[in-house]
Design a protein around this ligand. Structure first.
Ligand SMILES: Cc1cc2nc3c(=O)[nH]c(=O)nc-3n(C[C@H](O)[C@H](O)[C@H](O)COP(=O)(O)OP(=O)(O)OC[C@H]3O[C@@H](n4cnc5c(N)ncnc54)[C@H](O)[C@@H]3O)c2cc1C
Length: 469
């Protein structure tokens, strides 16, 4: 019997309300998918992908040129924010005043085939960019695990992928242009406005709106990704080898189970052939199985682990091969909310082990896979990887469940490992906590922010909490 058939069959047992019984924890579905409804006479609501952030902006310009963007930003009314693809979980976007969409600022402005650089408009979605770059023989060196993001929204929040030799997306930016609330268009690079450059690369959009980036790409290339089900402890024991000997390595730890999924991605070899299927619904199937079994008092968790080990352990590996921009990102159609912290790379395995043990020991009702990745150090002022190689650990909860009780149990573990939260994901840290995590450049960043936006026109409530403005 195939893994998927088996899991589906087990999930179909479907014990109604069973989830609520695990460890006595209630799992009320408290958050509606759309937190706000349209009401005639009121501004059309904006809602993020995850459905946990919303606002009702009075003005929603969508400039179609850089000149128009500069003018719109200068003349914007009230608190002004930019929006890319709306794929942040944290409240970095909402404003009830002016929300500037970057969608129409899309495309490659210029490129150099000798240096493999390309100047790209900031609203370009990554899924379009892959093909645009392939047309000129280039590719991004690395990509996040899905490609719906806009380039600008991704870079300013320090979006990253996995691979010990690859930094966050901002580390491949040679230069950028920043529109300010004062009506300027600043050229920023290591030699021109270097402080603003290092601040703007990871800024949560607090300094202005980036109109375009010049990216250091590489020649178009092919990759092969191999997914395997393996005991989590075997992967963690062998982690130094895995991360050093694969171009990209990441793993998914399965709560309450002893197996996980390894994902190793390397340059494609002649004869590599796709095998098996990437299943974007697999997390729903996992949830069904968990709901059907894990609640059984005393034995549920053990039974769940045994079933996953027995069934998934025999499954053949899944292989995907093709152009890098088609292999690196995945389809993500199951809605979730996410908290991600970056801890120093060498502490990653211990931190993940403590998280898994806490979930098990406290019987936390969590079945969504936990993603574990590596990213190279950079020197971007507020990058989670500033000055240190990082291991990133992402906790997800299904979009119709209340993520807060579980995130509240697990977040303090990250603090004990010196974790830095992802700017686009959920966390509860405030300015004073963040200042301690960025001792080298926190004040430098605040000084640049103050100089570019003294009247706090870009500061919504969340950014005020982050930057103490
Ligand atoms: C399904 C899913 C998968 C994800 N996978 C990953 C992953 O693999 N790796 C990772 O690191 N993150 C990941 N994320 C998080 C995501 O990368 C970040 O939240 C990212 O910032 C979202 O990009 P966006 O275009 O949707 O930006 P938005 O959420 O629209 O905006 C983010 C911030 O950028 C600002 N902004 C937007 N455009 C500009 C601009 N041109 N200039 C200045 N500021 C601007 C906004 O004001 C806001 O502050 C994922 C999120 C989801 C929902």
């Amino acid at each position: 019997m195939k893994r998927r058939q088996f899991l589906r069959g087990t999930g179909a047992l479907g014990a109604t309300g069973a989830f609520a019984l695990l460890g006595g924890c209630e799992q009320p579905s408290t958050e509606p998918q759309s937190p706000i409804a349209y009401e005639p006479g009121k501004p059309v609501p904006w809602i993020n992908w995850a459905g946990n952030q919303s606002c009702q902006p009075q003005h929603r310009p969508a400039p179609a040129s850089i000149d128009e963007l500069v003018s719109v930003l200068k003349n914007a009314k009230g608190t002004v924010r930019a929006v890319g693809a709306g794929h942040s979980f944290s409240a970095v976007v909402p404003t009830d005043d002016t929300l500037i969409a970057t969608d129409l600022l899309s495309g490659v402005i210029d490129h150099d085939p000798v240096t493999n650089t390309a100047q790209v408009l900031s609203g370009t979605r990554l899924h379009d960019l892959g093909y645009m770059l392939a047309d000129i023989g280039q590719a991004l060196p690395n990509m996040p695990d899905m490609a719906y993001l806009a380039l600008g929204g991704a870079i300013v929040n320090c979006a990253h992928a996995t691979g010990v030799n690859f930094g966050s997306m901002g580390s491949y930016v040679n230069s950028l242009r920043l529109a300010t609330v004062g009506g300027e268009l600043l050229e920023c690079s290591p030699s021109s406005n270097p402080d603003i450059f290092k601040a703007a690369l990871t800024s949560a959009g607090a300094l202005g709106i980036v109109t375009d980036f010049t990216l250091q790409n590489q020649a178009d290339f092919d990759l092969t990704e191999v997914n395997k089900i393996e005991p989590l402890e075997d992967m963690l024991d062998d982690i130094e080898n895995r991360k050093a000997n694969n171009r990209h390595f990441e793993l998914f730890a399965l709560p309450h189970a002893s197996v996980g999924i390894s994902v190793s991605t390397n340059p494609a070899q002649p004869g590599d052939k796709a095998q098996g299927q990437d299943d974007p619904q697999a997390v729903n199937t996992l949830r069904d199985v968990f709901n059907a079994i894990a609640w059984i008092p005393g034995v549920g968790s053990r039974l769940y682990d045994k079933l996953l080990t027995a069934v998934m352990g025999n499954e053949a590996e899944t292989i995907r091969t093709g152009k890098a921009h088609e292999v690196l990102p995945h389809v993500r159609i199951v809605r979730f909310r996410e908290m991600e912290y970056t801890v120093p790379a060498e502490l990653g395995p211990a931190c993940l082990r403590e998280i898994m043990a806490t979930i098990r020991n406290k019987q936390l009702p969590l079945s969504f896979p936990i993603e574990y990745r590596y990213v190279k150090a950079d020197d971007i002022w507020l990058s989670m990887f500033q000055g240190q190689d990082g291991a990133t650990i992402s906790i997800h909860q299904y979009g119709d469940l209340d993520y807060r009780p579980i995130f509240a149990e697990l977040e303090p573990i990250f603090w004990r490992y010196g974790g830095r939260p992802h700017w686009g994901k959920l966390h509860t840290l405030k300015s004073s906590d963040l200042a301690e995590l960025y001792p080298k450049h926190w004040r430098d960043f605040l000084a640049v922010r103050e100089s570019l936006d003294p009247d706090k026109r870009l500061m919504n409530a969340h950014l005020k909490e982050l930057f103490g403005a």
